[in-house]
Design a protein around this ligand. Sequence first.
Ligand SMILES: [Zn+2]
Length: 184
Amino acid sequence: MGATLSRTIKDQLAQVKVSPESISIIGISHYHWDHTGQAAGFPQAKLLLGKGDVEALRQPGNERAKPLEHWLTGGGTLEEVTGDKDVFGDGSVIMLDLPGHTPGHHGLLVTLSKTGPVLLSGDVAHFRENFESDGVPTFNDDRAKSLASLARFKAISKNLKALTIIQHEPGDIAKLPAFPASAD
Ligand SMILES: [Zn+2]
């Protein structure tokens, strides 16, 4: 697997005049490299990560721990999230407990004033095709939990009539305004 990064999140934040130091919280859906790689640019921020993922990363010799070492070794504030987590206490941003892909995997529900509920998948499904067919990748941590999480994610999507973004699906990314525009 490969990925190209032409502009970092820090570069993009600079374009909209947000300094990295002003970011107080970062949340990560799960420990795979394509979801953790830029965390180290925000060392002063509190890291929110599912407890199941934190425990897996703390196993000796886990290479996946490297991008998050700063928090795992006590250099930064780490909150091990269990269950759902209402990040600001007002329901606007909720980490959804969706284990299976990894032990502590979470998705995200963001409620915006105009757009309404927006659901971000993490890797509860990688593509529309898995989402529609309940396909579970063989590399997932737990198949039964993956299916239960996908069923929960689909039910929330349907019940809230949420704008649902499967994050590795290009057609879904296109449903959101392209940077530097933002959904409101
Ligand atoms: Zn993943």
